[in-house]
Design a protein. Structure first.
Length: 335
C-alpha cells in the first residue's frame, strides 16, 4: 500500500495533526468501534507503542495508521498515533476506541487514546515523541475543560478492571500483571505529568484552520479511494466528472450527488462474498458479512455510497421500511 495522504492537516498546541479517519477510510472493511463518546469524554489515556524504522518520506505515526487500515493492528483502534514529527488522527473524538482492554469500561468508552511511539533507548527522538504527546494531551484536556487529574495511563484502566482501588495516580502507576503501559513513560510518570501541566498552563487547545480546502471527490464509494476520478473545489465540476455508478462526496464522506442511472428500484444484484451488511447508511459497525442475490429496495443512493437491499422483488418500496429492508450495502460490492 502506498503512503497515506491526510484529508486535512491542522496544528494543535504546536503539534502537526494529520487527519485520516478510519470512519472515512476503511477499504479492507476492518472491524470498527461503534459506541458514541459525544458528551461523555472524561479524560485522555496515554499508551506507548514501539518505535519502528520507516521508509523515506513518512513517519512511524503514518505507518501505524497504515498498518491499522491494513488490519495488521489486530483489534487496536486509537484516536492518535504520535511520533517525534507529528500525530496522525485515526478516530473522531465522538467515537470510542479499543485500547484500554477494559471492555465497556470508561477507558475504552470515555477517554481519548494517544499511542506515543518510543523505544527503551529514551534517546533524543524518543524524548521528542514524548514531548509531542505531552503537548497533545494538554491540548485535549483543555479542549474538554479537564485538568491534570483526568490524565490516565493504560495501566490505570487495567487496575480498575481488576477491582483495585486508590487515587488516580496510584492506579496510574500501580503494578498490573497483565501490562504496564505506557512502558517507556511510566518510569518517570511524575515528570511527564509536570510537563503536561506546564503545557496546560501555557498552551492552547486552539486548532488552526485546516490547510486543505473543501474538495468534492468523485469515487465509487468513500472507502474506495483508488476509484477516485478527481477532486474538485466546485461541486458543479465534480458532478460533470461523475460517471455512471460513481458519486460525489464532500469532505466528511457524505454523498452529495450520485450518477445512479445504473441502479433502479427492484434491480436484481449479486452481492460478492464476505460483503459487510450495515444497519444504516452511516454506521461503521458491521451487522454481518454475507453474499447472494438481492434486490434494490428503491435504487436510491444513501450516504457512503450505500443502497438498501431486500430479499424479494415484491418487497421493493413497501412499507414499513424496517420490515422489508434487509440492510445497507456499498455498491462497490455488487458483482
Amino acid at each position: 500500500m502506498t503512503i497515506l495522504r491526510p484529508d486535512a492537516t491542522t496544528t494543535l498546541n504546536g503539534v502537526k495533526i494529520n487527519e485520516y479517519l478510519l470512519t472515512k477510510h476503511n477499504p479492507n472493511h476492518i472491524d470498527m468501534p461503534s459506541v458514541s463518546m459525544a458528551g461523555k469524554i472524561i479524560g485522555v489515556t496515554v499508551h506507548n507503542t514501539d518505535w519502528i524504522t520507516v521508509a523515506s518520506g513518512t513517519t512511524p505515526a503514518e505507518q501505524y495508521t497504515r498498518a491499522t487500515v491494513n488490519n495488521n493492528m489486530k483489534d487496536v483502534r486509537v484516536h492518535y498515533y504520535v511520533d517525534n514529527v507529528c500525530a496522525w488522527q485515526n478516530l473522531p473524538h465522538s467515537l470510542s476506541g479499543w485500547h484500554a482492554a477494559d471492555g465497556s469500561g470508561n477507558g475504552n468508552r470515555r477517554t481519548i487514546a494517544i499511542e506515543c511511539i518510543m523505544s527503551s533507548a529514551y534517546n533524543s527522538t524518543d524524548k521528542k515523541s514524548e514531548d509531542n504527546c505531552a503537548k497533545l494531551a494538554a491540548a485535549l484536556l483543555k479542549q474538554y475543560g479537564l485538568d491534570i487529574n483526568h490524565l490516565y495511563t493504560h495501566t490505570h484502566w487495567l487496575n480498575v478492571r481488576d477491582g483495585k482501588s486508590g487515587t488516580v495516580d496510584q492506579l496510574n502507576t500501580m503494578y498490573n500483571r497483565y501490562k504496564m503501559c505506557p512502558a517507556y513513560i511510566l518510569p518517570h510518570w511524575a515528570e511527564f505529568k509536570k510537563k503536561v501541566q506546564s503545557y496546560l498552563n501555557a498552551g492552547t487547545s486552539t486548532i488552526s484552520a485546516p490547510s486543505t480546502k473543501q474538495l468534492y471527490r468523485v469515487r465509487k464509494s468513500w472507502a474506495d479511494a483508488k476509484s477516485q476520478l478527481g477532486a474538485y473545489s466546485s461541486l458543479e465540476n465534480a458532478k460533470k466528472a461523475c460517471k455512471v455508478g460513481y458519486s460525489v462526496f464532500d469532505a466528511n464522506g457524505n454523498v452529495v450527488y450520485t450518477n445512479g442511472s445504473k441502479f433502479t428500484k427492484g434491480q436484481k444484484v449479486a452481492i460478492r462474498a464476505n460483503t459487510p451488511l450495515f444497519a444504516s447508511a452511516e454506521t461503521t459497525s458491521v451487522t454481518r458479512r454475507f453474499s447472494g442475490t438481492y434486490y434494490l429496495y428503491d435504487g436510491i443512493a444513501c450516504k457512503n455510497g450505500r443502497y438498501r437491499i431486500t430479499t424479494k422483488p415484491e418487497f421493493c418500496g413497501k412499507t414499513p421500511v424496517g420490515q422489508y429492508v434487509t440492510g445497507y450495502v456499498s455498491y462497490d460490492n455488487f458483482k
